[in-house]
Design a protein. Structure first.
Length: 163
């Protein structure tokens, strides 16, 4: 079985590579989003400034709080599912190491047919939470681009796999 490591790199556990270079949820938050503390401050201010002759319906506050909790739960569930999806994709890709595969390179030949390359899956690389792999040819040399850099292929480019 070919080595899963590229010469000159340090081994890192796969779980430390998942979601690397992905923006954190805090980086996407802008000043207009309300968190639970801001929601409670807004609710308190609303109650302090309401007209005493026409008080707010108390069930409306409870309904708003329940909606806020449901939204937070949905966001947490979405985040957890995205993490699971990323982990699952990486684990599937890792199971391909050592297998012979044919991949579509994305290019076409002179007659318009899709160009493919066949080799052995050598390493798995995770970029932005997505797994990519490198391949070696029948002589064990890395399949590279014109500059000598190993080509990275996505699992969606696989058109055939053999043991």
């Amino acid at each position: 079985m070919p080595s899963a490591f590229v010469a000159g790199t340090t081994a890192q556990p796969i779980d430390s590579l998942i979601n690397v270079n992905q923006p954190s949820s805090n980086a996407n938050a802008n000043n207009t989003s309300l968190g639970p503390n801001a929601f409670l401050q807004l609710l308190t201010t609303e109650l302090q400034n309401q007209d005493p002759t026409q008080p707010q319906d108390p069930t409306q506050s409870v309904t708003q709080l329940a909606q806020m909790s449901a939204l937070q739960y949905q966001q947490q569930l979405t985040s957890a599912f995205q993490g699971f999806q990323s982990n699952f994709g990486v684990m599937q890709a890792a199971s391909l190491i050592g297998k012979h595969a044919t991949v579509n390179t994305g290019a076409t030949d002179a007659s318009g047919n899709a160009s493919t390359v066949t080799g052995s899956i050598a390493t798995i690389s995770v970029q932005n939470g997505q797994p990519y792999f490198t391949m070696t040819d029948s002589s064990g040399k890395a399949i590279t681009d014109n500059n000598g850099n190993p080509l990275l292929f996505s699992t969606s480019q696989i058109v055939g796999i053999a043991n």
